[in-house]
Write a protein that binds this ligand. Structure first.
Ligand code: FAD
Ligand code: SF4
Length: 458
């Protein structure tokens, strides 16, 4: 924000910017606005639509009682309007991302060839499930690390609550448009060629793998989704041998598909969505989400990434940390608050549907057709975590069985009424039914032991 203010001034704009500890900063957006209006007596006010429901309501009710006319304009930052998704799915009980994404590909003419999807398929996901075993290598990001000790001191002085580790002398996220463009260029040059193949991989030593790290630049509007998608499509058009379609389509689907889709869900369902808890989960989020002190190797790695870098890639968020919270029956309010607090890219419009909906199934299946839960099998298949773990990824009983194993079957058993008739889960329930009575009982007891151990109130 400080860099942006400077850039605007350099381009001849008049800017009033409130630093966090400025005496004139009341700490309330609306109060600050009131004082500005009194001081400057504007003839009219133009506001960019807020991305967050709470602020949107606050601005709307404030502007109603104001004598000065207020004009709210779209940020023009997304492909679709706030209402696009609710109009698109009018009358439907579930919202399918794939339908929405295909329609947008056609409408926006992205990766299309003579009215058909480029390459003949809409989706190349079946190619995108490789485990990364050290090759191809991942060139280090050449972004300038900045010293933000001064700003950190200001934040501490303002007594804002925080958790995680701060390496203020080595800040690694882009803080200007120029740095964001460098990050985009680095992604396209070195990572995009392999983005598809290793999109779902996890690795003990590599926290970022082939992920772009562009969400922060996108969500703070330093980069527009259209320019990111445009640059990726352009790279493919210039050299489709270097940039295979499974990588290019896989990446574009994240932005044109998932990002627009979750934003549409947010505006279609807020404020009710914020309190949904379809599975009635009430347990506390484990203490180790705040300090990474756990023997579970995959969870520790994802938590260290989160607490040290304010980042975790999608599979760490969904299939490790979210998976565990759901299997433990954690209260979605706590899960939401944690996700909103920990990640550099977390803003409610994108955090809430991803966490409460996709990851915690608290919306009862509006966003995902089945819960994203798995046993150690999935994590072992996609990573090198299990071989160095205290727990036994192969075991469901005996010495230190992997918590994901026993909790997974416990979850399915507990929620059989909700999921047994789900056609995508029939096979899983058949396997549960085949389990021998005594070993199933032992496993469910072990699951309760883990739930008590991990979720004990702090
Ligand atoms: P890449 O893997 O390189 O993907 C490219 C871009 O696609 C991302 O930068 C992002 O803008 C977009 N994208 C991918 N998946 C999603 C998605 N599911 N929803 C929206 N955009 C997506 N993303 C956020 O931006 N903010 C959040 O607060 C957030 N919370 C999440 C919580 C949970 C439980 C889960 C499962 C996902 C969450 N995501 C969130 C989505 C996704 O995990 C992040 O966008 C991604 O990990 C950011 O890293 P990246 O830029 O390296 O992504
Ligand atoms: Fe994670 Fe279980 Fe594998 Fe350990 S054994 S790394 S807890 S999946």
């Amino acid at each position: 924000m400080r860099n942006f203010a400077k850039e605007l001034e350099k381009n001849g704009h008049q800017v009033i910017y409130f630093k966090i500890n400025d005496e004139c900063n009341t700490g309330s957006f609306i109060e600050n606005l009131k004082e500005l209006i009194e001081k400057h007596q504007p003839q009219k006010i133009t506001i960019q639509q807020p991305d967050e429901y709470r602020l949107d309501k606050e601005v709307a009710s404030w502007s109603q009682n104001l004598k000065t006319p207020v004009n709210t304009v779209s940020s023009e930052h997304f492909y679709t309007s706030r209402k696009y998704l609710s109009d698109f799915f009018k009358g439907k009980k579930t919202y399918l991302m794939e339908r929405f994404y295909r329609a947008l590909r056609v409408e926006k003419n992205v990766l299309m060839h003579e009215g058909k999807p480029e390459g003949g398929s809409w989706n190349y996901d079946q190619n995108n499930r490789k485990k990364w075993k050290g090759t191809p290598s991942i060139p280090e990001l050449q972004i300038q690390h900045k010293d933000f000790t001064g700003i950190c001191t200001e934040i501490r002085k303002a007594k804002l609550q925080h958790f995680g580790k701060v390496d203020a002398a080595n800040y690694q996220w882009p803080v200007s448009r120029a740095e964001c463009l460098d990050l985009l260029a680095y992604f396209i040059e070195y990572l995009l060629p392999h983005f598809g193949d290793f999109q779902d991989a996890l690795h003990q030593q590599e926290h970022f793998l082939f992920h772009s790290r562009l969400s922060f630049a996108l969500n703070t509007k330093m980069l527009s989704p259209k320019e990111v998608v445009g640059a990726v499509e352009e790279a493919y058009k210039k050299d489709n041998l270097r940039y295979p379609l499974n990588a290019v389509e896989g990446f574009i689907r994240q932005i044109l598909g998932w990002r627009e889709f979750v934003r549409g869900i947010y505006w279609a369902t807020i404020p009710e969505y914020k309190s949904l808890n379809a599975l009635n989960n009430t347990n506390a989020l484990p203490q180790f989400y705040w300090d990474a002190k756990t023997d579970m190797a995959c969870v520790r790695s994802a938590l260290q990434n989160s607490l040290e870098n304010a980042y975790a890639h999608h599979i760490q968020r969904l299939m490790v940390l979210g998976n565990l919270a759901l299997l433990l029956g954690c209260n979605p309010d706590e899960v939401d608050a944690w996700y909103l607090g920990v990640y550099i890219d977390a803003i409610e419009w994108v955090e809430l549907p991803n966490t409460r909906g996709m990851s915690q199934f608290a919306d009862g299946g509006l966003l995902a057709t089945k819960p994203y839960v798995s046993s150690a099998n999935y994590i072992h298949k996609m990573s090198n975590h299990c071989v160095n773990c205290t727990y036994n990824y192969k075991a469901k009983d005996g010495e230190k069985p992997c918590p994901f194993n026993v909790l997974y079957w416990n979850f399915l058993d507990k929620h059989a009424n909700e999921f047994r008739r789900n056609p995508r889960m029939t096979m899983i329930y058949k396997n549960l039914d085949k389990m021998e009575f005594n070993s199933k009982a032992d496993m469910l007891n072990k699951a309760q032991e883990y739930i008590r151990e991990f979720t004990a109130e702090r």
